[in-house]
Design a protein around this ligand. Structure first.
Ligand SMILES: NC(=O)c1ccc[n+]([C@@H]2O[C@H](COP(=O)([O-])OP(=O)(O)OC[C@H]3O[C@@H](n4cnc5c(N)ncnc54)[C@H](O)[C@@H]3O)[C@@H](O)[C@H]2O)c1
Length: 286
């Protein structure tokens, strides 16, 4: 996809793993962002977390050093998205919550404003069926971390309009990302394929066939997977992974998406991966 970047002003909903990463990408490319979250603590720690991620991304050469950073504003209410040229929703992977939040977004933005969901697994049309002007709603599945991974999945629902697709092209041009447009459906392409593999990797460990380290070493060394499925689970966040697996299982009836008991135990024990300091592996203080 290509497009004219134009003047962008983003509202990003959710200051968690993905919302913060998307905001870092935008700000590092000089695009101003208003970051919205209902969790005050998440919001108050966001500027320091963002600065750290931005420095890291610039050190790695993933974001330019010679671009003036975009302005960051924080807000607790979606009403702060009123002047945005595009709204990116990156909140918890719960379909009812996302539908409610998308209704709120549609009620505050100017007509024709691009509305994006960063869902990993919920069909775009399921959300589009519950909001006004569904033609302005598109899925953009940013990968984690968004400032490092240059390719992303653009999900065009059956009701998504041409104007929204043109706005997506402009947004991705401003963010320096390459979008690959795919059809709608549970998990689209990437989560449908990846989440099943991660779930199976957890089941292999649960059955005692191989250790966590050996599963990852085999998938990395033999099959060229860059981080191994279980280290990837830690990067995604095991809580989010389980939410996505539940969406996939409920909507497809395919038992290979039924969350592994090992994943469920990790969520219950608070071992959600990198974001909590422990998942399949241990991490230092973030
Ligand atoms: N983690 C990944 O690797 C990854 C990758 C691609 C897409 N996604 C998707 O991105 C979305 C966010 O995932 P995450 O991993 O960042 O989750 P997360 O749990 O780290 O963050 C979710 C944030 O949403 C906030 N939130 C909840 N309700 C809200 C509301 N009504 N208004 C504003 N904020 C609200 C929470 O307080 C939290 O800060 C999910 O849909 C997920 O499936 C995740």
């Amino acid at each position: 996809m290509t497009g004219d970047s134009g003047a962008q002003q983003l509202a990003v909903l959710g200051a968690g793993t993905m919302g913060l990463g998307i905001a870092t990408l935008a700000i590092g490319r000089g695009v101003p962002v208003v970051l919205v979250d209902v969790d005050q603590e998440r919001l108050s720690t966001a500027p320091a977390r963002l600065r750290k991620e931005l420095r890291l991304a610039q050190m790695m050469g993933a974001l330019p050093r010679d671009v003036a950073a975009g302005r960051l504003d924080l807000a607790e209410s979606v009403t702060a998205a009123a002047d945005a040229t595009a709204v990116i929703e990156a909140i918890t992977e719960l379909a009812d919550l996302k539908a409610k939040v998308h209704q709120e977004i549609a009620s505050v933005v100017r007509p024709g404003t691009l509305r994006v969901t960063n869902t990993s697994s919920i069909p775009v049309d399921e959300l589009a069926g519950q909001v006004p002007s569904p033609e302005d709603l598109v899925g953009i599945h940013f990968m984690n971390p968004p400032y490092l991974i240059g390719t992303l999945e653009v999900v065009r629902g059956p009701r998504t309009g041409d104007r929204a697709m043109a706005s997506v092209a402009s947004l991705l041009a401003a963010l320096g990302r390459k979008g690959i447009v795919v059809g709608d459906g549970p998990g689209f392409v990437t989560s449908r394929v990846l989440h099943r593999m991660i779930n199976d990797a957890a089941n292999v460990v649960e059955e005692g066939r191989a250790s966590v380290e050996d599963v990852d070493a085999l998938m990395e060394g033999c099959l060229g997977h860059p981080t191994g499925p279980l280290r990837t689970a830690d990067l995604i966040g095991i809580d989010n992974l389980v939410d996505s697996l539940v969406v996939l299982h409920e909507r497809t009836g395919d038992d290979s998406f039924r969350p592994s008991p090992l994943l469920l135990r990790k969520v219950a024990e608070g071992d959600h991966g990198r974001k909590t300091g422990r998942g399949f592996y241990e991490y230092g203080v973030l």
